[in-house]
Design a protein around this ligand. Sequence first.
Ligand code: AMP
Ligand code: ZN
Length: 438
Amino acid sequence: MPLRLFNALSRKKEIFKPSKGKSVSFYACGPTVYNYVHIGNLRTSIFNDLLRRVLELSGYKVKEIMNITDVDDKTIKGSRDAGQPIKDFTRYYEKEFLSDVKSLNIIPATKYTRATEHIKEMVDIIKILLEKEYAYKSGDGVYFDISKFKSYGKLSRLKKQNLKTGARVNNDEYEKDSARDFALWKFKKEDEPSWPSPFGSGRPGWHVECSAMSVKYLGMPIDIHTGGVDLIFPHHENEIAQSEAAYGKKFVRFFVEGEMMSVEGHKMSKSLKNTFTLRDLGACGFEPLDFRYLTLTAHYRSPLSFTWGSLSAARNARKNLAEKTLAAPKSDKKVLRKFWEDFLSAVNDDLNIPKALALVWKAVGKDEILFADKILGLGLGKLKKIKAGAKLEKLIKEREVLRSEKKWREADSIRNKILAEGYIIEDTPMGARIKKAG
Ligand code: AMP
Ligand code: ZN
């Protein structure tokens, strides 16, 4: 059953096959580490993970590179506001991002690549662009000349008459209506980090890192490039221009981009101050996988509006699905085979996860559900552990009631029962805590 993906370059669903045998080169635009990532960012990370799981289930080996933007306008400002060296500041948020990734059952990238560790590669590509006259030096930096790259705007379908050729934009982020020559390198400023280069000390613009790192680790063309739709312009457009102008080859075969998570009709974004993090959700009693479940209910190309009500519904659904899995009988072989076919045909049709999830709800046997979980990633196969957790929780609560009634002997006997489960209970000012014995 062929895998079909919506390719933003052609704006059509196309059959996907890697260009080389069974291995897929996969580049994902990663986070800018200047704050805790929000759940909108994480929706895109989960979409990325689903695509990767579907590719792996099809028998492909995926080499996934994800960049970490640890120097740009936002990280520089953030570290300055925090009064911290930029490296300490960004490493902290990078670590937190990777911990969010883990708690959401996202398969980690093959390699995470930091912008600050690839300055040489960025300088090299800028040198080529200057030599080929796709780039020029101005007073405050080196710019890419969009009028020289004839197909500039092909991904976002920019109208030629809207291109402000000759005009420059120095910010890393800007809107479609101000498509201009963009900064590849920004000359040194007093209070900014900088690196030497043959065209003057400075630091890279945001877009060039993805061109430099992707060609280093994946070559050209990349089979699949992902990100959110908000990156189509200017980021992905600029990546195409830089890479194709420098190397004269096609940059990417499939651009696959995920829709946004919104709140009350607006994109969830730091600048609108309408973001939530996994920590905020945790503080309200939700587990990371409740959020993962929520994202599975919408197709990746549909906007998903975040509400606390829908998150609650997702939590209930996940709990019910976990219980259903636990109680489900072993599957009949024939039924399992039919389920596989239907499930694969849903996920191979441009990742129709909501349809696949509906099939799981209809399934009767345990093996169907566990097979589906290879893609869904809800940890349904780890139910025994969840059950053990529930048992411990019950014992702790019973012990607390006994202690409040000053029934010390009975409370101690529960302590022993907990020990028999392999845990030690400790009383702290915050209440009872358990840790693994031995
Ligand atoms: P950034 O840190 O802004 O570069 O974003 C990291 C990733 O999150 C990119 O792939 C963005 O497309 C994605 N992203 C940002 N905001 C949202 C949102 N509201 N919903 C879904 N994805 C988002
Ligand atoms: Zn990128």
